[in-house]
Design a protein around this ligand. Structure first.
Ligand SMILES: Nc1ncnc2c1ncn2[C@@H]1O[C@H](COP(=O)(O)OP(=O)(O)OP(=O)(O)O)[C@@H](O)[C@H]1O
Length: 590
């Protein structure tokens, strides 16, 4: 898969704020930075001195006297040594500074990643994970690029430029300095202007690239659907439409690059020709030696070569600064659910849960739970039932404080959860979610994730309780079998049992099973229900279910409709009431 290149926005600008944010991360290795700059200065001195050695060599050769031959050899040797020193010092500088950049990249990645880990569910649901990962990746490589090119390319090139203009002006007259200064100004203005003009072509190509990528990924992810409907040819055709757009955009992009490179070459060629013409005239007039002519030529090569990269560097640095800023913007996102780091830690003695007049909506304009109150006794096994979309899973999310309620209060053992330290709250609740998603790791690791301190024996025990034993034994690699991306190599029921084992291993005082047996066959379901029954003896267990037959033995059943509690009682009491629950029971029994 091709990877898109970074494209700056229209309103990008060299942003000093970005530098300010990066600098603190660089200061860990102050000595390294100083030594790296030392190497940079020495390398530049060597490169500025090189044309002089060339000049003296040519001049001594020009004099053609035998006594000077030894001097010539010495000069040629000095030329070699200076070149070598220049390269070695530059490499040394890169090596020293590389460590500084890598450490800064690591620290920044860690900071952003840990910030993202602590952001609320809403943020993660609203963002595309792929885009988020790209933001970090682009931001971090942006830092590396800016460090490399701004600190060691643009900055030193500008310094060298000043030095050369100064040397040429003082040695040979203002016209040399002026030609270089004027051509550099024209070159930079032209580059900046044309690069900005080109951005739209680059953006177009990049967007076409993203579209074709998205199309290909979407198609490959849905390979089963494609095959069920015999739509391979349709997919190929659609992909080609996107590729054709990409090809067209790249053509425009290439033509604009040709215009940029052509214009730059014209400026450089004009400057070099006029400089050499001035120098040739000065040699003829006796104001310059042949060596001076060579020196002027060597200086120009030295100055204009790095300028050749300027268009690329300018565009990339602009893009990098935007990417770095986007990444740092992630750090500014605040979670809407406070972690209450200094709050009281939840002390669960029994595990009684109370929803008191809870009102909640994911969005302001749509209320999901409406002034809902319900009490779950400590140590009881309760069921929450009701039509799809009535708000059953939402109760779980609110209990775990993935969201805060709009009104009302949720309490565990009389302690309002909104005031508790968040980690201590989530520690006492184990959830088997409605949709099981597994890590792309082994079955063992996926179960072990429930309690990272658990022993191997405990993991095996949990998997046995979740009726996974026979399945795992049938696999060649047993517990070490990898489950594939999002657990796709397991069947729905197997995935669900891994999730149950994981929650059992966590062994929290409050256990929530959200449609935990929906993907299981009746044999497995019976086994899991026996386990849940056992678990419920020592825990407060909440079962969310569609199939009422799985919850008939619950101590208490809550029937929800449109975010409101409409009935509650035991299975028998609710049947006698002959209301919503009884109607549902009858329809399911039929
Ligand atoms: N993250 C979300 N953002 C916006 N709306 C949501 C979100 N999650 C759920 N909803 C909406 O909230 C309502 C209640 O959802 P919830 O998952 O609690 O229902 P449920 O009773 O568990 O349904 P089911 O039995 O189908 O699982 C639904 O209408 C759903 O569309």
């Amino acid at each position: 898969m091709r990877r898109g290149f970074s494209v700056p926005n229209e309103n990008d600008s060299f942003n000093i704020r970005v530098f300010k944010q990066v600098v603190p991360y660089l200061l860990e290795f102050r000595t390294r930075i100083i030594v790296a700059f030392g190497c940079l200065v020495l390398a530049k001195l060597a490169s500025v001195y090189l044309p002089f050695v060339l000049k003296y060599t040519v001049d001594t050769l020009d004099q053609q006297q035998s006594v000077v031959l030894l001097g010539t050899i010495g000069l040629i040797a000095a030329y070699g040594v200076l070149r070598l020193a220049n390269v070695v010092l530059s490499e040394l500088r890169d090596m020293l500074f590389g460590r500084v950049t890598e450490r800064a990249m690591r620290r920044i990645s860690m900071k952003v990643f840990s910030h993202l880990q602590h952001l609320d569910l809403k943020f993660h649901l609203d963002r595309k994970t792929g885009g988020l990962a790209r933001d970090i990746e682009r931001g971090v490589s942006g830092i590396s690029f800016v460090m490399r090119f701004f600190v060691f390319n643009i900055g030193p090139t500008l310094i060298e430029l000043m030095l050369v203009i100064g040397i040429l002006t003082s040695k040979y007259g203002a016209k040399y300095g002026l030609v270089i200064a004027a051509s550099v100004v024209v070159y930079i203005t032209f580059t900046v202007y044309v690069t900005n003009w080109r951005l739209k072509f680059i953006r177009e190509a990049n967007m076409a690239d993203n579209r074709s990528n998205t199309r290909a990924v979407d198609s490959l992810l849905n390979f089963e659907t494609v095959k069920y409907f015999n739509n391979e040819d349709h997919e190929i055709k659609e992909y080609d439409v996107e590729l054709a757009a990409w090809e067209k955009a790249r053509r425009k992009n290439r033509l604009s690059l040709f215009a940029l490179n052509g214009g730059q070459a014209l400026v450089i060629a004009t400057a070099m020709t006029s400089m050499l013409l001035f120098a040739a005239l000065d040699v003829e007039a006796g104001a310059m030696t042949l060596g001076d002519f060579v020196l002027v030529n060597a200086f120009m090569m030295q100055i204009f070569m790095p300028l050749n990269f300027l268009g690329f560097v300018y565009r990339e640095i602009k893009g990098s600064l935007t990417n770095i800023e986007n990444m740092f913007d992630l750090l500014k996102v605040e979670t809407s659910v406070s972690r209450n780091a200094d709050g009281k830690r939840l002390d669960v003695s029994h595990g009684a849960i109370a929803f008191e007049n809870v009102t909640f909506g994911y969005a302001k304009e749509r209320t999901i739970l409406n002034n809902l109150s319900l009490n779950i006794k400590a140590g009881s096994k309760v069921a929450i039932v009701g039509p799809s979309g009535s708000g059953k899973s939402t109760l779980t999310k609110l209990l775990c404080r993935f969201y805060d309620v709009t009104n009302g209060e949720i309490k565990i053992d009389e302690q309002p959860i909104s005031q508790l330290e968040l980690d201590s709250l989530r520690k006492v609740i184990a959830v088997v979610p409605q949709d099981t998603v597994l890590f792309n790791a082994s079955i063992f690791d996926n179960i072990h994730y429930g309690n990272l301190a658990a022993t191997k024996e405990q993991v095996i025990a949990a998997s046995e309780a979740a009726n996974l034993k026979t399945f795992v034994e049938s696999l060649k690699e047993g517990f070490d079998t990898h489950v594939g991306e999002r657990g796709l190599k397991l069947s729905g029921g197997e995935k669900q049992r891994v999730a149950i084992a994981r929650a059992l291993l966590k062994d929290s005082p409050i256990m929530i099973f959200d449609e935990a047996t929906s993907a299981l066959d009746s044999h497995n379901e019976e086994a899991i229900m026996r386990t849940i029954k056992q678990v419920a003896r020592h825990h407060t267990a909440i079962m969310i279910a569609h199939r009422l037959s799985t919850v008939t033995d619950a101590d208490h059943i809550f029937y929800l409709e449109q975010g409101q509690l409409v009935e509650e009682g035991t299975h028998q009491q609710l049947l006698e009431k002959n209301g919503h629950y009884a109607a549902l029971w009858r329809s399911q029994s039929q």
